[in-house]
Design a protein around this ligand. Structure first.
Ligand code: 5AD
Ligand code: SF4
Length: 440
């Protein structure tokens, strides 16, 4: 028997790409591929790419450039590009980097095994369709090997919102929800393999409306079904749109003990003028009202957000409105970006904000967000939290895991197993993590 072929996948961008990479590895596993630890060691390299901002997309071409030497040394090496850059720039990738053998969009990766056969015969393979068939149905059920205690599970994909800055509706396609029974089967499989925490993924996860036994389920109804899965200890979901934050989901944050007190709820801007131009279909006020309701249901919830500064026509006053909104919400963590022009999106054609001005605003915004993050982390000191232990720490006897609020916690003197859910007293806060001790 010949030695197994080795596959190296490098993943960029969002958590959905992390999930997709796992599924692609499983699909190619059927063709005898095992994981390569490094690109140097691989028979096939796949880049699972992100197109959300210009920098992310450009990175792919420079990364591909670096593989030239590898390919020269090992002519049988196959190189593929998957994900959202593949979807958006398919042909262009093959033109700019002729050594690329395979390009596969996010909706077609169930076809990877056939594509692999084709490229092994020396042909090129390109598939950026939005096929009728459902890739999840076409993928075989997942293997049973043991795995770490946390996992992502895609429940909904695509987006119909068409924010004026965003490529997702074009790269991931229209919004589709997976049927509930498939998700539950996948969740049970994951739990059997050692998973204790599942993060439900979707570009608009709270717009989930997958088929159930008696009609469509909301995300909250799906969460309540998952709540019944024995051995599953924690449920999270991301990313939510403020307009789809329905009452049953808000309520679940107060009543479902497996649902963790953390919510990623992007607002993008605090200025109603900019929100309108972004086609966000909510206002600063309506966002704040949603936040208020969530905090009424779960007062200790940690909120996280996404912000874009320097969106076309953003004035200093608009930017100030964003700072005001941040002051009002008080975020535990946040992701903030300078607006990046994406060809083909409506905002790309509009008058752009001066780049130096946008950079300066981003700095001010990040200073405020960092202060809030630090203060909220410091407020954890002295509190008792749940920590799901994920791996040994660097110090002897130490273990590392995530708190209910998704803070990284280093637990000292921790003679427990990976996958245990420990009760921990937080003793100290540092820049990006907390330190704590087991409550015995
Ligand atoms: N420029 C900057 N940031 C963007 N995002 C999406 N599109 C752009 C863009 N063109 C940000 C949004 C979104 C997050 C995933 O990325 O804040 O919520
Ligand atoms: Fe992009 Fe807006 Fe859809 Fe989020 S809601 S994926 S920002 S278009």
């Amino acid at each position: 028997m010949s030695a197994p072929k080795k596959l190296f996948i490098k993943t960029y961008g969002c958590q959905m790409n992390v999930y997709d990479s796992e599924r692609m590895a499983e699909a190619l596993g059927e063709k005898g591929y095992v994981e390569a630890k490094t690109a140097d060691d691989a028979d096939m390299i796949l880049l699972n790419t992100c197109h959300i901002r210009e920098k992310a997309a450009e990175k792919i071409y420079s990364e591909l450039g670096r593989f030239k030497g590898l390919k020269a040394a090992k002519p049988d090496l196959k190189i593929g590009v998957a994900g959202c850059v593949a979807q958006a720039e398919g042909q262009e990738i093959m033109r700019r980097q002729p050594m690329v053998d395979l390009v596969v969009g996010p909706q077609s990766y169930h076809r990877l095994p056939e594509m692999e056969t084709k490229i092994r015969q020396g042909e090129k393979a390109l598939d950026t369709d939005f096929p009728e068939e459902d890739k999840f149905e076409k993928l075989k059920s997942r293997p049973k090997a043991k795995r770490g205690p946390t996992a992502f599970l895609t429940v909904q994909e695509g987006c119909d919102k068409f924010c004026a800055f965003c490529v997702v509706p074009y790269t991931r396609g229209a919004e589709v929800s997976r049927p509930a029974d498939r998700i539950l089967t996948e969740a049970r499989d994951l739990v059997e393999r050692g998973v204790r925490e599942i993060t439900l993924l979707g570009q608009n996860v709270n717009a989930y409306h997958g088929a159930g036994e008696n009609g469509d389920l909301t995300l909250a109804q799906l969460i309540w079904q998952l709540d019944k899965v024995d051995g599953l200890e924690r449920i999270r979901f991301t990313t939510s749109h403020p307009n789809d934050m329905m009452d049953d989901l808000i309520e679940a944050h107060g009543t479902c003990t497996k649902l963790m007190p953390y919510l990623h709820l992007p607002v993008q801007s605090g200025s109603d003028k900019i929100l309108k131009r972004m086609n966000r279909s909510h206002t600063a006020e309506s966002y704040l009202r949603v936040v208020e309701k969530i905090r009424a249901a779960r007062p200790d919830i940690l909120l996280s957000g996404d912000f874009i500064v320097g969106f076309p026509e953003e004035t200093e006053a608009d930017f100030q409105a964003t700072l005001d909104l941040i002051e009002e919400v008080n975020y535990g963590t946040a992701y903030s970006f300078k607006y990046s022009t994406r060809p083909g999106t409506p905002a790309a054609e509009r008058p752009q904000v001066d780049d130096a001005e946008a950079s300066e605003r981003l700095q001010r915004l990040q200073a405020l967000l960092s202060r809030q993050q630090r203060e909220i982390q410091e407020s954890m000191v002295g509190r008792e939290v749940g920590v799901l232990l994920e791996k040994p720490g660097r110090l002897p006897g130490q273990m590392v895991g995530k708190s209910d609020y998704l803070h990284s916690v280093h637990v000292s003197d921790c003679n427990r197993e990976v996958g245990d859910l420990a009760r921990v007293r937080i003793m100290a806060s540092s820049t990006n993590s907390l330190a704590g001790e087991l409550i015995r």
